[in-house]
Design a binder for this molecule. Structure first.
Ligand SMILES: C[S@@+](CC[C@H](N)C(=O)[O-])C[C@H]1O[C@@H](n2cnc3c(N)ncnc32)[C@H](O)[C@@H]1O
Length: 189
């Protein structure tokens, strides 16, 4: 059923969805590889879609109530609300979410897992989203991004500005399209 909603929405909003099919189990596992549940108090997932990466986060030991899921598509939000009733689900644009971030208090996220199709987003907006992500990431936190090209879609300007380190976390052929995963962290000296 999720696949039906996915394909229906892909026909309407191909650039917003960014992938022909939802993230596979193989790619989801790669995205949560660097996550250690003992270090995770609060995890933010951007572009949570129909929730396959969310499921991988929960399997990794992250508590459902410690998840904040941001998704712009109303039908996908309905699916997420049904599957993950204890998670905080924010149905809207990621930039609006960050404008209203104060409701989470002073807390920073221990990990931000992004399925956002960054390359479909206009450059200035992409840079703003990534800048806000790093500002709201804890010092030891991970920002994880899936891409469908070898090149990391996280802006180089933000990597330089915050002295970050972008590490290639792996590739899976078992995703449509095949996927690359990048892990961006602060360069701790
Ligand atoms: C590649 S899909 C991620 C799929 C998800 N991992 C899954 O398996 O269902 C990207 C998701 O980002 C969402 N999205 C795109 N632009 C967004 C934005 N500006 N704010 C919030 N979500 C957005 C899309 O609706 C889509 O669900």
């Amino acid at each position: 059923m999720d696949l039906f909603y996915w394909l229906k929405n892909y026909v309407k909003h191909p650039l917003q969805l960014g992938a022909i099919l939802p993230t596979s189990n193989s790619a989801s596992r790669l995205m949560v590889k660097a996550i250690s549940s003992s270090e995770m108090n609060l995890v933010l997932e951007l572009g949570a879609g129909t929730g396959t990466v969310t499921q991988a986060l929960i399997r990794k030991g992250v508590l459902e109530q410690n998840l904040v899921l941001v998704e712009i598509n109303r039908e996908f939000c309905n699916i997420l609300e049904r599957k993950y009733p204890k998670a905080k689900i924010v149905c809207g644009d990621v930039l609006d979410f960050f404008q209203d971030i104060d409701r989470f208090g002073e807390t920073k996220f221990d990990a931000i897992i992004s399925g956002l199709p960054l390359l479909s987003i206009e450059k200035a907006q992409r840079e703003l989203i990534c800048d806000l992500c790093i500002k709201n990431l804890s010092d030891q936190g991970h920002f994880v991004q899936i891409t469908y090209f070898l090149r990391c879609s996280f802006p180089e300007s933000i990597v330089r500005q915050y002295n970050l380190k972008a590490k290639f976390n792996g590739f899976t052929f078992f995703n449509f399209p095949p996927a690359f995963v990048w892990d961006i962290r602060r360069n701790v000296l």
